[in-house]
Ligand binder design. Structure first.
Ligand code: PLP
Length: 385
């Protein structure tokens, strides 16, 4: 099919985030074709003769992935030639980087306060003869265990503690050691932080969260600039088979069009919610990188473009936190974050995170902020009785 206009329209790197989000990854216009072509459901493609690409077998390639991968790449690193590989989930994306890059005898540095599946990965990596070192995100503590490592894994802001490390500084130190750097950018989304511009080799995310933002699909991606690294990740996807479904990939691309609207609304509301919580007697350990007096604020401001939609805080005990969560009407008691519908949960209920029993992670959605704040303050008042 030919473009009706001649010149290709993308990529959109000299425009604002909203414009880029609505146009990212769209193919050139073709008369009578939709703007965003529908999902292509195919296990195999017609392939007479030599089996060359672009589309051969459905575990290797799919045109719906191609559009989405271009779109995410444009958002991750506008104006740069990057490659994105999408996956069935965030964990599939994370595993692809770790297992495609590490060999027995290598050392890897993980955060000890990151997503709670990292300890499971640690067990698996150790079983494969890989040395796993850990250190906290805050205070750039991973610097202390970098010597001789092959890969540094950063999660900033960390989930659920919302600590931030100086990514540029860690990248410099890791590269000096000959180590690659991957950043889990799930919490920030590509509009909140651009790890490749900060020097990282891989930007990785669970797009289950804010990037798709509707709480209805699981998806992940890896973006990198180095073609050899990208090929390793792509090869791993082919081996592990952790591929996104075409429907999920298409829904994700459709959702990207509203990314800037959602993220701007959610970040602005998160700051208002954090301010409303600030100073309340029953609330301690309040964290939101956008609050000027948050311990993460200075570093976050130097490397993030938006501070995210997650606020965390501690209520006096488990019962107090459960009463609060139970009393919320506009906030679902559910795990995950980044969606248009606010969610909150007591993280201690899972075990695994080193947090107090009363620790609450609140993900701010796209509701009217006044409604949300009123709901949170009313539930807090009721929980205190
Ligand atoms: N990374 C972070 C920071 C997460 O919070 C999560 C899930 O909560 C993941 C990765 C894993 O993503 P998924 O559930 O899409 O596999």
């Amino acid at each position: 099919m030919e473009s009706q206009t001649g010149a290709p329209r993308g990529p959109y790197h000299e425009v604002g985030d909203g414009t880029r989000a609505v146009r990212a990854g769209l193919p050139d216009p073709v008369k009578y074709e939709p703007t965003l072509p529908g999902p292509v459901f195919a296990a195999h493609f017609h392939l007479p003769g030599e089996p060359t690409g672009p589309y051969t077998y459905g575990r290797d390639t799919n045109p719906t992935w191609t559009h989405l991968e271009r779109a995410i790449g444009e958002l991750e690193a506008p104006g740069r030639a990057v490659e994105t590989v999408t996956f069935a989930s965030g964990m599939a994306a994370i595993s692809a980087v770790l297992f495609s890059q590490l060999r027995a005898g290598d050392a890897v540095v993980l955060p000890d306060d990151g997503y709670q599946a990292l300890p499971l990965l640690r067990e698996q990596l150790t079983a494969y003869g890989i040395e796993v070192r850990t250190a906290p995100t805050g205070g750039d503590a991973q610097l202390g265990v970098l010597a001789g490592a092959r890969l540094l894994w950063i999660e900033s802001p960390s989930n659920p503690g919302l600590d931030v490390c100086d990514i540029r500084r860690l990248v410099r130190a890791a590269h000096d050691e000959g180590a690659l750097v991957a950043v889990d950018n799930t919490l920030a989304t590509p509009l909140g932080q651009r790890p490749l511009e900060l020097g990282a080799d891989f930007s990785v995310a669970s797009d289950t969260k804010g990037t798709t933002g509707h709480g209805d699909i699981l998806l992940g991606h890896v973006t990198c600039e180095n073609a050899e690294l990208a090929a390793g990740v792509r090869r791993w996807r082919k081996i592990a088979g952790a591929i996104p479904g075409p429907m999920e990939a298409w829904l994700a691309h459709r959702s990207l069009a509203t990314l800037q609207l959602r993220v701007d609304r959610q970040c602005a509301s998160a700051l208002l919610v954090a301010r409303a919580l600030d100073g309340r007697a029953e609330v301690s350990g309040l964290r939101y990188p956008g609050l000027p007096d948050d311990p993460s604020h200075a570093v976050a401001s130097a490397q993030m473009r938006r501070y995210g939609c997650v606020v965390s805080f501690v209520l006096p005990d488990k019962e107090h936190a459960d009463r609060f969560l139970d009393g919320l009407r506009l906030v679902d008691d559910a795990t995950s974050f980044g969606g248009v519908r606010s969610t909150a949960e007591r993280r201690g209920r899972w075990g695994g995170d080193a947090v107090p029993e009363g620790f609450v992670r609140l993900s701010v959605g796209a509701e009217d902020p006044d409604d949300l704040i009123a709901d949170v303050l009313r539930a807090l008042a009721d929980a205190a009785r």
